[in-house]
Design a protein around this ligand. Structure first.
Ligand SMILES: [Zn+2]
Length: 275
């Protein structure tokens, strides 16, 4: 076990927190479970917070989209099956020593940031945590007043056309209307080594990729376009876990300029982190 000794210790040098809002630019449909079975339910319901009945954006949906678009950007090999017909990328290849794997993982923008489920021998825990995002109170009040089809949501009728008979089969799809604000979006990014610090750029790039793609379903039919608004960026650092703030002026869109300035700030803040 002697050569495995350093594997048992991981240093968290700090975390970077990114907070803000997510605004829907077009109708958003993030599917809920089993709602269609309810009497009077729609064919394709959205996910809701069971306590408030308000729609929310699960952190896992956002994170999954960030990951898959990052994989696509880098052309990462889809080599691990995680479910029926669902594959993700991992760096581990069959004939690879642990040392080779660790090196590859650290240098991979996908594995290093988004981690690997249940894999052993990775150099550090998953860096990125993405929290659930809830409907803002102002938007909730606005949707209440608008008396939408369902609480805080609207119904979009879609027709599936039978390829042979050309008969249209109407389907009701529930979605959150365009212009809705989800507040309290938060990403927490742990920095364990120099490569982790340098990979922070991947996180911001992934947000841009999501904006240019879509969240949830109906993307190819116009839905799911969102906009991130960054309101707060700060780091917690070292064993004292001291806070250092990056100044954000109001609610900022994720422009190339903001991405560059935040990246530079992260590099500077954690410049003393070694390998
Ligand atoms: Zn990888």
């Amino acid at each position: 076990m002697a050569n495995n000794k350093n594997r048992r210790s991981v240093t968290l040098h700090g975390r970077v927190f990114l907070q803000g809002n997510i605004k829907t630019i077009t109708g958003l449909h993030i599917g809920g479970a089993a709602g269609a079975l309810e009497i009077g339910g729609v064919d394709s319901p959205i996910i809701r917070d069971p306590l408030t009945n308000r729609p929310f954006i699960p952190g896992s949906s956002l994170r999954g989209k960030m990951r898959s678009l990052t994989e696509r950007l880098h052309g990462s090999e889809q080599n691990m099956r995680i479910g029926k017909g669902v594959f993700v990328h991992i760096c581990r290849q069959k004939k690879m020593s642990d040392a080779e794997y660790r090196e590859m993982y650290r240098n991979c923008p996908v594995c290093s940031v988004f981690g690997v489920t249940g894999d052993e021998g990775v150099p550090h825990p998953t860096s990125l945590v993405v929290r659930d995002v809830y409907l803002g109170d102002d938007s909730a009040a606005q949707l209440d007043r608008a008396q939408t089809d369902f609480p805080y949501s609207e119904i979009k009728w879609e027709a599936t056309i039978d390829r042979v008979t050309s008969a249209a089969v109407p389907r009701q799809i529930e979605r959150v209307p365009a212009g809705t604000l989800f507040e309290g979006f938060e990403l927490a990014y742990g920095i364990y080594d120099a490569s982790g610090r340098d990979h922070f750029a991947t996180v911001l790039k992934a947000l841009q990729l999501v904006e240019e793609d879509y969240l949830g379903g109906l993307g190819s039919r116009g839905g799911g376009k969102v906009e991130f608004q960054i309101t707060n960026v700060y780091a917690r650092k070292g064993t004292e876990y001291k806070t250092e703030k990056f100044e954000v002026d109001g609610a900022q869109p994720v422009t190339d300029h903001l991405v560059t300035t935040i990246n530079d700030w992260v590099k500077q803040t954690f410049e003393d982190v070694g390998d």
